[in-house]
Design a protein around this ligand. Structure first.
Ligand code: PLP
Length: 397
């Protein structure tokens, strides 16, 4: 089989090995604690499910406009207005098959072969692949744990070349949980405007910000940056609707139109039932989001305290999303059953086989001295899993 260069250039998921091991152990009936979840562990609220059932009963089961139903685009525009004071006409919105697909469309629509796209690192592992799928080049901007993994304008300036076309910004972030403050965001907005860059702003975790902090949507920081921003969000995390596959973009009309045409040939419209349910979700009661946020915040605090209570491990308090990056630098070089831990993949594999606890190796996000733990799981599981991690650290030689 002669595969295309395009697919050959895409990195296989580094996390697959661990999740395959985890699944196998679970299938054997073993008591595995998994910290790999990338989705809320709450069910989709009942009123959203009911709206899907009503859509089915009403026979709303046909093609919709490729870029999304009028009702949903209006509901998205209304949400952005109510939450952030952002004004987008419905034809500035496109609805896609999950936010990942939204990001794919954006990269296809704005990046040309050879263009460079800045990615603060650690990064969500899909970003480099999306950039490469557009024949463009991911350019990593290293951040530090001391700066809560946030990229400063000085960091970004160093990576800038004549070919830089865009920056992917993710706040709150996966994997680090970092949240850019208003001033930091303003500096990045000024930098993007000054250098004529587009900002692909992935705001999928915007509802999951803790400790009274605010989520600043970069498009709110002036007309010039709004014109250059492609806001990406979706139903997956805030509404616990990962399986429904609805994401969206908000941008200038010209770009929305181009992405709508592109999508019309690639996938046609997103699932009609999921679109009707999403409109109901956005228009309905929003109080469950606050309840979910409250649970996540409690779990974050528990996980943070427990990890920092283990000698050899440490973590910063993340301000958003549902992940904690655990610094494993002090145990790299130590041994388990005679084998040396050389990095995050070794650590994760050994931890899983020794204690049946699954974490995601940071090397998947460009951070080999860290592992990522998701707290989208119960407090009981957090207690049990972190205790096991502590026992594993004590086993190391
Ligand atoms: N962006 C980030 C940072 C994510 O972590 C995820 C999912 O894990 C997505 C986008 C994709 O979300 P969706 O399920 O809507 O495709």
């Amino acid at each position: 089989m002669q595969l295309s260069n395009r697919v050959m250039g895409i990195a296989p998921s580094l996390t697959l090995k661990i999740s395959a091991m985890e699944k196998e152990l679970k299938a054997q009936g073993r008591d595995v604690v998994g910290f790999g979840a990338g989705e809320p562990d709450f069910d989709t609220p009942q009123f959203i499910k009911d709206a899907a059932k009503t859509a089915l009963d009403k026979g709303l089961t046909k093609y919709t406009p490729a870029e999304g139903t009028k009702e949903l685009k209006e509901a998205i525009a209304a949400r952005l207005n109510a939450k952030y004071g952002l004004s987008y006409a419905p034809d500035c919105i496109t609805v896609n098959n999950g936010a990942k697909h939204s990001l794919f469309n954006v990269c296809q629509a704005i990046l040309n072969p050879g263009d460079e796209c800045l990615l603060p690192s650690p990064y969500w592992l899909t970003y480099p692949e999306l950039v490469k799928m557009a024949d463009a080049l991911p350019v990593y901007v290293e951040t530090t744990e001391e700066n809560d993994f946030k990229a400063s304008v000085e960091d970004l300036e160093k990576a800038l070349t004549k070919k830089t076309k865009a920056l992917i910004l993710n706040s709150p972030s996966n994997p680090c949980g970092c949240v850019y403050g208003r001033q930091e965001m303003q500096e990045i907005a000024d930098f993007a405007v000054k250098h004529g860059l587009y900002v692909i702003s992935d705001e999928i975790y915007d509802e999951l910000v803790y400790g009274g902090r605010e989520h600043v949507s970069i498009a709110t920081l002036g007309e010039e940056i709004k014109e250059r921003t492609i806001l990406v969000n979706g139903m997956s995390k805030a509404y616990s609707m990962t399986g429904w596959r609805i994401g969206y973009t908000a941008s200038v009309k010209e770009l929305a139109k181009a992405m709508g045409s592109y999508q019309s040939h690639a996938t046609s419209n997103p699932n009609s039932i999921a679109q009707y349910a999403s409109a109901a979700a956005l228009k309905g009661p929003q109080d469950f989001i606050g309840e979910m946020r409250h649970s996540f915040e409690k779990r974050r605090n528990l996980m943070y305290d427990m990890i920092n209570g283990i000698e050899g491990l440490s973590c910063r308090m993340p301000d958003g999303a549902f992940y904690i990056m655990v610094n494993i630098s002090d145990v790299i070089g130590k041994t388990y059953e005679g084998k040396t831990i050389t990095g995050s993949l070794d650590f994760s594999e050994m931890l899983l086989s020794a204690t049946l606890t699954a974490v995601v190796p940071g090397v998947a996000f460009g951070a080999d001295r860290f592992v990522r733990l998701s707290y989208a799981t119960s407090e009981d599981k957090i207690k049990k899993g972190i205790e096991r991690i502590g026992e594993f650290i004590e086993m190391l030689g």
